[in-house]
Design a binder for this molecule. Structure first.
Ligand SMILES: [Zn+2]
Length: 318
């Protein structure tokens, strides 16, 4: 019998291109997002969306449509067979002068109770917690952060962004999104060893530094050391815990296609641990350049204070 106070939550990250914005029709098309979310076994408790590009425009019409779409997702069950009802969703959109594709986090009430938003426009909000959302789940305090790491400043930019996110591990953080980088990879057959060759073949040599770092032998391997270093600050990575190296970028979209760059992480300070056996890279459901990733996580109630374990199990017995 699972503890009635601990909570299993479904966490997902989806990078639908431009959040469904179609530059030709100049309308949002949510059918791809809907198709992806229908692959989940129940409405997600936390959804990170890496590209909510124009959700703040047009009097936030797309943002509210997104909430309505989430509200309408049918009820389902969790992996322990317990029912999960329809959600009542709310969300927060990140903002910043250089965040072209500002990410957003959507969450299902009443499981997730919002407490406060670290607004980057507030002069009292520091750079590390900016664009994060404090919530309460199972009576435990947690901070959610949607991420879309940019490769535009190359290795220096990766170091800077992952250092900021690394520093944030001081807090109980659950984060996810398009990291544009992955851990150092083995057992991933298509994984690019030389991005220079991949990008040059695409006719886009200027993309080299968006994921690569120049090596002494003239190749441009992916700068994975930056992501490894992020985890060293005190994060647990769902795919790594699962031993899963499945790429999350659609191979039809270019040379970095074999990198699993959409990731879910939780700080060791958080009363939350992923259940690795439930980690999924979902099949292609839309024309987007990314696949959706999801994993269940257990939020420990105050009575079941998190142990030193890196993972949680299903069928957790009281
Ligand atoms: Zn409990």
């Amino acid at each position: 019998m699972p503890c009635p106070d601990c909570r299993l939550i479904l966490v997902a990250t989806l990078n639908e291109k431009w959040g469904g914005w179609n530059a030709k029709t100049r309308r949002h098309d949510f059918s791809g997002i809907e198709a992806n979310l229908s692959g989940l076994q129940c409405p997600p408790h936390v959804l990170f969306m890496s590209e909510c590009t124009r959700y703040n425009d047009f009097e936030r019409e797309a943002f509210y449509k997104m909430l309505a779409l989430l509200d309408a997702l049918p009820a389902g069950t969790d992996p322990e067979g317990q029912p999960v009802g329809q959600g009542i969703y709310d969300g927060m959109l990140s903002k910043g002068p250089f965040l072209v594709h500002g990410p957003g986090v959507f969450y299902s009430r009443p499981t997730v109770r919002p407490r406060g938003w670290h607004d980057p426009d507030d002069q009292l909000v520091r750079e590390v917690p900016a664009n994060s959302l404090n919530v309460e789940i199972a009576g435990r305090k947690l901070t959610l952060k949607a991420v879309h790491v940019s490769g535009r400043h190359g290795a220096v930019g990766f170091d800077a962004q992952f250092s900021l996110l690394g520093k944030f591990a001081e807090h109980p953080v659950l984060a996810g999104g398009d990291m544009n980088m992955c851990p150092t990879q083995e057992n991933n057959p298509g994984y690019p060893m030389d991005l220079a060759r991949e990008f040059d073949d695409n006719g886009t040599p200027w993309q080299r530094s968006t994921k690569g770092i120049p090596a002494a032998d003239g190749t441009w391997p992916p700068y994975t050391a930056s992501y490894d270093a992020l985890l060293d600050h005190g994060y647990l990575d769902a795919a790594l815990l699962a031993g899963n190296h499945t790429p999350t970028v659609n191979p039809r979209h270019g040379g970095d296609a074999w990198m699993p760059i959409d990731r879910l992480i939780v700080s060791r300070q958080a009363p939350v641990r992923f259940v690795p056996s439930t980690y999924r890279v979902h099949p292609e459901k839309s024309h987007s350049d990314h696949y959706m990733v999801s994993c269940w996580a257990r939020v420990a109630c105050a009575k079941h204070e998190q142990s030193d374990a890196d993972t949680a199990e299903l069928d957790f017995a009281v």
